[in-house]
Structure formats: structure tokens, C-alpha cells
Design a protein around this ligand. Structure first.
Ligand code: ZN
Length: 233
């Protein structure tokens, strides 16, 4: 399988589905992690260009932990928009990797960039097989299934499928720890540590699924995008 996980910010897919991506990778799937924004508002004192460069390196180091490709689309943080330019850029990223499955934010996400990312991924997936829509890479014919990953802290998310990440939780944590700038900056901004967020949410979803640690998902239900077989690990 070729799995593409798309988050609004450079640390989102680690937080919401890093254990599952580690499992895909261990089981032989090709994984690409995409950050739609450059994360340049992720620090209260560093200049935007400086923190964006730091976060790009952190993102690439995190992806390297599981042998995944990393790609940053580079839209300005906090200003992700569903416009023609961004849609086409995302269509081309999807076409360049030719995934079998997409994972992204739930439409109910806590951050405006997460909500826009959710919509953008659906729209771009719908355009990526349309041949008259021209981008650098040729059209990618499959109508890909899309999974929504859990929200930050699990708020407002009704899981339909769970992935046992008991054996990959340590890898997920290692990936997250590469985002050193955010562990510090978000600790101050959110009054909760990112490490606590993945630990507590992972255990909570694990409790629901009868395992030590789990991650939660639900499929986007749209014509031709649902499958009869299990696609998650
Ligand atoms: Zn985010």
C-alpha cells in the first residue's frame, strides 16, 4: 500500500496517527507525510522564517524515524485557504506520490487550518483523477478512500475503527520528540504538553479498544470511497 497522511502543521500527523503510520511502515507500506503549512507561527518570539526552517528539519527527522517521505507544501501557518492555487498544488503532490489511501484531519478539528485541511484534501483527492485538470504530474485514476484521524485530545470525534499501537507507541513518541521547538512552545501556549496529549489520548483510545494504546479513525463516507476490506493496520 501507498499511504499519504496529510496534516495542517508539521507535527499533526505524528500526534494524530503516528503509531499507525509506524505500523504501515513496519508492514511494508510506503508512507508519505505531508504538512500543508510551514508552521511559521509556531513560536512566540522566533521570526517566522526561522521557525519555519526549524520545523521543516524537525518534520523530516520525524518522518525518517519510520522511513517515510516528508513533504511540506509551504502555505503560511494560520492562513490555509481552500483556493484554486492551494487545491492545484495539493493535487500535484497527491499525483506525485500516487497513494492508495489518504489520512487527514476530521472536519470538526479544533484549529481552522485543520478544518480547511480536511476540506482541501477531499477536494484535491476528487480533482486528482480528473484528467483535464492539468498539473505537473499526470492524473491519478483511483478514487481513493480517505480516513479521518482523531482530533487533538479526541474532542468531538466518534471513532469507527481503531488501530492497536501498543507496539509502536514508543516510535510515535520518538517521532513527536523530534518536534523539539513545539514541545517547548506549545507547552507554554496550550497549558498541556504534547507528550501528555499523545499519552493520554493513546491510553483512552486503547481503553475503548481493549488494548494498551490505540489510535482512532473514521472513514469519509462518499460514493466509491468506501471499501469492504479493512485498510487500516
Ligand atoms: Zn495542527
Amino acid at each position: 500500500m501507498r499511504v499519504m497522511a496529510l496534516g495542517a502543521h508539521p507535527d499533526d500527523v505524528e500526534i494524530c496517527c503516528g503509531g499507525t503510520l509506524a505500523r504501515y511502515s513496519q508492514e511494508g507500506s510506503e508512507v508519505m507525510m505531508v504538512s500543508l503549512t510551514n508552521g511559521d507561527k509556531g513560536h512566540d518570539t522566533l521570526p517566522p522564517e526561522e521557525i519555519a526552517a526549524i520545523r521543516k528539519k524537525e518534520f523530516e527527522s520525524s518522518a525518517a524515524v519510520i522511513g517515510a517521505q516528508a513533504y511540506c507544501l509551504g502555505v503560511l501557518d494560520e492562513f490555509l485557504l481552500d483556493d484554486v492555487e492551494t487545491r492545484l498544488a495539493l493535487v500535484d503532490v497527491i499525483r506525485s506520490f500516487r497513494p492508495d489511501l489518504l489520512i487527514t484531519h476530521d472536519p470538526s478539528g479544533c484549529h481552522v487550518d485543520h478544518r480547511i485541511a480536511s476540506k482541501l484534501v477531499f477536494e484535491a483527492a476528487s480533482l486528482s483523477y480528473v484528467t483535464p485538470v492539468k498539473t505537473e504530474h499526470p492524473a491519478h485514476p483511483p478514487i481513493m478512500p480517505i480516513y479521518y484521524m482523531d482530533t487533538i485530545g479526541g474532542v468531538g470525534f466518534a471513532p469507527e475503527e481503531f488501530v492497536d499501537i501498543s507496539d509502536t507507541f514508543a516510535i510515535k513518541k520518538e517521532m513527536l520528540l523530534h518536534h523539539e521547538s513545539q514541545i517547548k512552545a506549545m507547552g507554554k501556549r496550550l497549558s498541556a504538553s504534547l507528550v501528555d496529549i499523545i499519552e493520554i489520548t493513546g491510553r483512552f483510545r486503547g481503553l475503548q479498544a481493549g488494548v494498551e494504546y490505540a489510535e482512532a479513525f473514521r472513514p469519509l463516507r462518499a460514493a466509491l470511497r468506501v471499501r469492504t476490506e479493512r485498510l487500516l493496520p
